[in-house]
Design a protein around this ligand. Structure first.
Ligand code: FES
Ligand SMILES: [Fe+2]
Length: 418
């Protein structure tokens, strides 16, 4: 494959080939070597609150049925009928102890076993127990806290090993609440005419904020009391295996638990109360980090957790080299008060939502990059070197976190070649 990155840190050089964003062969290879082999985010336990709860979701182009049986056990099944292949469950979510295929009426239990089929007399007696006639389980399903991941490969490292240092950052998100975190409602769904790796980069790009999101920053400055005095500072951390985060302080408010003047004295009392409980539960150091630091994290290849004002959990999959589909959810502490939830959800839609201040600008930037790649010719590489020449502490607007992502991308694609 001639789409390799060029990494020469001693020369302050890190270049990504533009072919990686446009080439059909690279795209197919990504499905074979990355999406079919890595642990991929499936959903959050709070989305399946009871025995019998189910949801359907597309993960890496495949329809998945994610559900709980009557004992409360979680299952991830390929959502395709063993008879002729029809998608068995056509609902987005709900509660059901069984699933009937609409085509010929075969009915499956929540663990995928064939329960009944019309016209059974036409089949041999042991037909129903034939392993080939059951819905198929996704090869591997595992969880860290309430975050569920699946893996389409039977082989390879377990989830904890795969997540490396990113596991602790996911735990930190779960620790926002003493009674559990929950997805707050619907899903943000949108698509972008750009390569999926542009969104991976963009999600942890501190460099673009001042330029791309100047409108939003101006708006915050003009919204009375929406910003406190805390400076924007911090840096990127390599979490290994292609995962990375930028962790930084910022002037905006966080429902857990950084107060801004806009929230008034009553709000201050509540925020102080939340912070006091965090200190008691987690200790001073971890509580301070949880409450007062923002985190934009990429878990390779395509899970983004933005723990900023709201918490956004986002996954995205390509359907072509120049097209990607996004799903995003908001997570919140179950015990959160109504007024804090209001601020959280306002931010979820106001900034990161598809109609908010940030996402439309990011979509524009991503689509303009994709369009720019059409020039071809000698313009073969993107520059991702910011920070390599810096001495001392990394800055939140350096590009180390993207280099971590790209280095893993390159390793996985080239290992297959070798
Ligand atoms: S395809 Fe499902 S019952 Fe026939
Ligand atoms: Fe952005």
């Amino acid at each position: 494959m001639d789409a390799r990155i060029i990494s020469e840190p001693s020369q302050n050089k890190f270049l990504v080939p533009r072919k990686a964003f446009t080439d059909q062969a690279v795209f197919e290879r990504e499905y074979a070597e990355i999406f079919n082999k890595c642990w991929l985010y499936l959903g959050h336990a709070s989305e399946l609150p009871e025995p019998g709860s189910f949801l359907t979701r597309k993960v890496a182009r495949r329809p998945i049925l994610f559900n709980r049986d009557r004992h409360g056990e979680f299952h991830a099944l390929f959502n395709a009928c063993p008879h002729r292949g029809a998608m068995v469950c056509r609902e987005r979510h709900g509660k059901s102890p069984a699933f009937m295929c609409m085509y010929h009426g075969w009915t499956f239990g929540s663990d995928g076993h064939l329960m009944t089929l019309p016209g059974a007399a036409g089949y041999p007696k042991d037909f129903k127990t034939d392993p080939q006639k059951q819905m198929v389980h996704v090869p591997r399903l595992d969880r860290i806290g309430d975050f569920f991941f699946l893996n389409f490969s039977h082989d390879g490292e377990d989830l904890a090993t795969y997540l490396a240092d990113a596991g602790d950052y996911l735990n930190l998100v779960s620790e926002h609440s003493e009674s559990g975190m929950a997805v707050t409602g619907g899903t943000q769904e949108y698509a972008i005419r750009g390569n999926w790796k542009l969104l991976a980069e963009n999600s942890v790009d501190g460099y673009h904020a001042a330029c791309t999101h100047s409108t939003y920053l101006e708006y915050l400055k003009n919204a009375n009391g929406a910003l406190g005095a805390t400076p924007l500072e911090g840096g990127g951390i390599d979490l290994n295996n292609g995962h990375a985060v930028i962790e930084y302080s910022a002037p905006w408010g966080r429902p857990v638990a950084s107060w801004v003047p806009l929230w008034g004295e009553e709000g201050k009392t509540e925020i102080d109360g939340i912070y006091g409980k965090l200190q008691k539960r987690l200790g001073e150091k971890r509580a301070d980090r949880l409450a007062h630091k923002n985190r934009n994290m990429i878990i390779f290849p395509n899970l983004v957790v933005n723990d900023i004002m709201a918490i956004t959990v986002r996954t995205f999959f390509p359907t072509a080299p120049d097209y990607l589909e996004v799903n995003a959810w908001s997570l919140a502490p179950v015990e959160e008060s109504d007024w804090l939830r209001k601020y959280r959800l306002f931010n979820f839609t106001e900034f990161l939502g598809p109609g908010g201040f940030a996402t439309p600008d990011d979509v524009e930037a991503i689509e303009k990059c994709q369009q720019g790649y059409a020039v071809g010719g000698d313009a073969k590489y993107n520059d991702i070197s910011k920070g390599l020449a810096r001495e001392g502490e990394p800055s939140f607007d350096d590009e180390m976190q993207m280099r971590a992502f790209w280095t893993e991308w390159d390793r996985r694609l080239s290992a297959a070649e070798d």
